[in-house]
Design a protein around this ligand. Structure first.
Ligand code: 5RP
Length: 218
């Protein structure tokens, strides 16, 4: 099975959590795109969706799936999204696609967060994947210096602007042994909009696509 086939297996397995009448929060990335394709089969049964990025909104609409504003949707039943890394406690690194801020908002507004990923994403200790941080542009140098003090290597994502008009600094060289503590440390830096660590609000369920099909971790 290819990595993409494993992503499809995870995305399709997430469909069993979608019930008629739900408003579904939808994440961003290639795995989330496979979920959107599967969700199209239920587009007349769900009440609607809330998108975590402009790209996701466009893909949902291209399938004729109703997209709602989060402010009009209230608390969501579920949020389904991919990840760049997950540890065994379902703490996540997200933001490889740069949508981390809206992803964190929609995840926070959802009762249940179901993460879908191929099994290469499951790690013992997170940090090999560079940790994305969304930053207000004028704070770039200051935030980079603070990251160095924390032991990280800040790398500007060249030529990339988030849906919110900000920049992304990817942080290499971290060994994330205490994810909640590290999330809080990043959040204290002035100019940081969001860090791509999802530890205060981890996933509730991780569906991993493996060579033998989908495997569910809780
Ligand atoms: C986007 C994300 C994605 O969920 C993450 O990058 C995983 O992407 P993919 O499903 O393409 O492997 O956080 O901001």
């Amino acid at each position: 099975m290819t990595q993409d086939e494993m992503k499809i297996a995870a995305a399709e397995a997430a469909m069993k959590y979608v019930e008629p009448g739900m408003i579904v929060g939808v994440g961003t990335g290639s795995t989330a795109n496979h979920f959107i394709d599967a969700l199209a089969t239920m587009k007349h049964d769900i009440e609607g969706t809330v998108a975590s990025s402009i790209a996701t909104e466009e893909r949902l609409k291209s399938h004729g799936i109703r997209v709602m504003e989060l402010n009009n949707a209230g608390q969501l039943s579920i949020y389904i999204d991919g990840a760049d890394e997950s540890d065994h406690h379902l703490n996540l690194i997200k933001g490889g696609g740069g949508a981390l801020t809206r992803e964190k908002i929609v995840a926070g507004a959802s009762d249940k967060f179901i993460c879908i990923a191929d099994d290469t994403k499951l790690v013992d200790v997170m940090g090999k994947f560079p940790l994305p941080v969304e930053v207000i542009p004028m704070a770039q140098s200051f935030v980079a210096r603070e990251i160095v003090k924390m032991g990280g290597i800040p790398i500007l994502r060249e030529g990339f602007t988030t849906d919110n008009g900000n920049i992304i600094i990817d942080v290499k060289g971290l060994e994330i042994l205490e994810p909640v503590k590290m999330e809080d440390e990043f959040n204290k830096i002035a100019g940081v909009v969001t860090v791509g660590l999802f530890a205060r609000r981890p996933a509730d369920v991780l569906i991993l696509g493996t060579a033998k099909g989908a495997k569910v971790l809780t």
